[in-house]
Design a binder for this molecule. Sequence first.
Ligand SMILES: C[S@@+](CC[C@H](N)C(=O)[O-])C[C@H]1O[C@@H](n2cnc3c(N)ncnc32)[C@H](O)[C@@H]1O
Length: 419
Amino acid sequence: MMDAPTCEVRRPVQLDLLSEVLHSYSAERNGRVSNGVLYEQVASRAGIDPSEFSKKTPVGDAQQPHSLLARKVRWHQQTLKHAGILERIDGERGVWQLTQPAGKDLNRIGPNVAVVGFSTDLGVAILGACETVFSAIDSPITLCLTSPPYPLAKARNYGNPSEAAYVDWVCQQLEPIVKNLVRGGSIALNISNDVFLPGMPARSLYRERLILALHDRLGLFKMDEFPWHNPSKPPGPVRYASIDRTQLNVSWEPVYWLTNDPRAVRSDNRRVLREHTERHLRLMQNGGEQRDQVFSDGAYRVHPGRFGNQTDGKIPRNLLTYGHSCSDQRAYKRAARAAGLPAHGAPMPLALASFLIEFLSEPGDLIVDPFGGSFTTAKAAERLGRRWLSSECMLEYVLGGATRFYDALGFRQNLLLAA
Ligand SMILES: C[S@@+](CC[C@H](N)C(=O)[O-])C[C@H]1O[C@@H](n2cnc3c(N)ncnc32)[C@H](O)[C@@H]1O
């Protein structure tokens, strides 16, 4: 892994022409631009008079005249080269290209490169493909809480594997993590249930195949399949629910909970107890049930004194209800946009990540997320005193994610500070 320029900061990142440089490359179909054109484009995007690039100032001991603006742009080129985003084209003077053109607003790091994006006393965010990052890591992991790109027919702007390739792909990405999972450690995997067979209102069975493959190939046991009920999910699938009327609107997604050893599993529901209801508090105060009755053909019985024990709280049920929008996500989106960065379109609610982390790990444990996105898993781990490690392959998401950690102890922004 390579070190990037490091600087300690406790303030928003000053992109300072960086986004103009990046966008000049991503606006080209082949991601390739000569320096002359780059200067023109940066000037036009930043609203600078292009003649500013020709103004020279004496620099250094030799007082050689240089354009300070052109030097700043080239400094960004070098940083992006170290981050595996840009490369110089052999044999063509002053022409650079994106290593992996990814889309309008996003730049994907090249393969086999990884750099620290930012870090805190508790965790590290790495700009890199998870296959590169986690195959190089050898630390005991207690929980992997992640949401890989879904196998959508119409990909989001960060792309996704096809449904046919999905099972192999997810198994490959998780394999190095499962190797480092402590005994009884957990994987919590949020994927979509809304992947339909081509032209039919029938759902793909890819998730059933995935869970079987995770068991057969990686030795993981299914502990549960939590429905994440999201009351604010937009209506859909539009074609089948609103047009054909053959389906209902969706309001949940699965979060699979798997472990390598159910007998030693590290979960503990006492870490996530909810407040008792007033009714239950009264029941406990009055010594519990007064009735002696049998229900459901003998399957369920209440007897005097039942529920009379004083307990610390209510054991949560396994339906997890969290709206996708929360104040933390809104603040992240505002901060990312204010820094000229795209806000992630599929963030997990912080409260859902926090619940799973508290239930499945203890303070000080290592939590990982190979598909960092807006770094929600990392943020929840940070707040809950867990160590964390997240990777994300898109530069802009790493920069945007950093905005969520400015107040964290020991925050250091390693990537892409202004010259
Ligand atoms: C569904 S999003 C994760 C959202 C995240 N849970 C959050 O709360 O913001 C999946 C993310 O994985 C990233 N990604 C896709 N392939 C990757 C890879 N091979 N390595 C690292 N990140 C990857 C995408 O850029 C995207 O940001």
